[in-house]
Design a protein around this ligand. Sequence first.
Ligand code: AMP
Length: 281
Amino acid sequence: MIIFKKVDDIKNYISEVHKSSTNIGFVPTMGALHIGHISLINKAKKENDIVVCSIFLNPTQFNDKNDFEKYPISTPADIDLLIKANCDILFLPSVEEIYPDGEAGIKSYDFGYLDTILEGAGRPGHFKGVGQVVGRLLDIVQPDSLYLGQKDYQQCMVIKQLLVLLKINNIKVHICTTYREDDGLAMSSRNRRLTESQRSVAGVIYQCLVSIKTKQNTDSFATVKMQCEELLTEKGLLPEYIQLADAETLRILNDFEPATNMIVFIAAKIGAIRLIDNMLL
Ligand code: AMP
């Protein structure tokens, strides 16, 4: 695996690669890699000639300073995992490489409605930051395919919208299945911060998603939502939202609509750690 830290170096390499008809698959990450991330690398490996992974803890997408400061970093272990997965290129830039002109040079995108709901409502500025970094990374890596996790479904929608805003129509977006622990907890870098007792109850988020899916034809959403809020609270979690939406548009639904492709989202805090998950119904 070749590791690039400088924008100019990876750009030169990629422009050489693009001279032959080589397909590039790209997996952007913030590091602290787990099997979920590696599943994206594996899928990208199967479908492309070259796979680029980036590890960049993007400061502009953290609305919570504490979350940023406590975000786990494990670069040597990440590099080992990527080598084992036969990743071809790792892009490991510094903040200065990504934002050479500081705040002043950072582009801003308007995601409209998508930025007003769910994570957008609870984390002001978060998607703006996601747009900034992904726009910059796509310009550097020039991939043919982009691999994203369904775990961050709203982020996938925002990135698709970013491609529309940037008039990029030659990058294929692949939304990949969420990898889970045995108790259903979605794998996440933030899980590393859970204490043993917090970890032992965290699977309840998945149980709630499953119960909502199971009861969609028999109960009202209001009823199952209340049951889930109670269950989460009983286990010591603080539910932030449990919301049902149209999976295509993210229009928020008050009740199940059998004719609509639906998705349910949960955000909940365990102590200081905020976890999100979702399930297509
Ligand atoms: P992150 O490092 O959290 O920014 O994640 C990098 C990419 O990995 C994003 O596209 C995530 O949606 C995806 N991802 C994170 N967790 C998982 C998971 N459990 N299963 C599959 N993909 C994931």
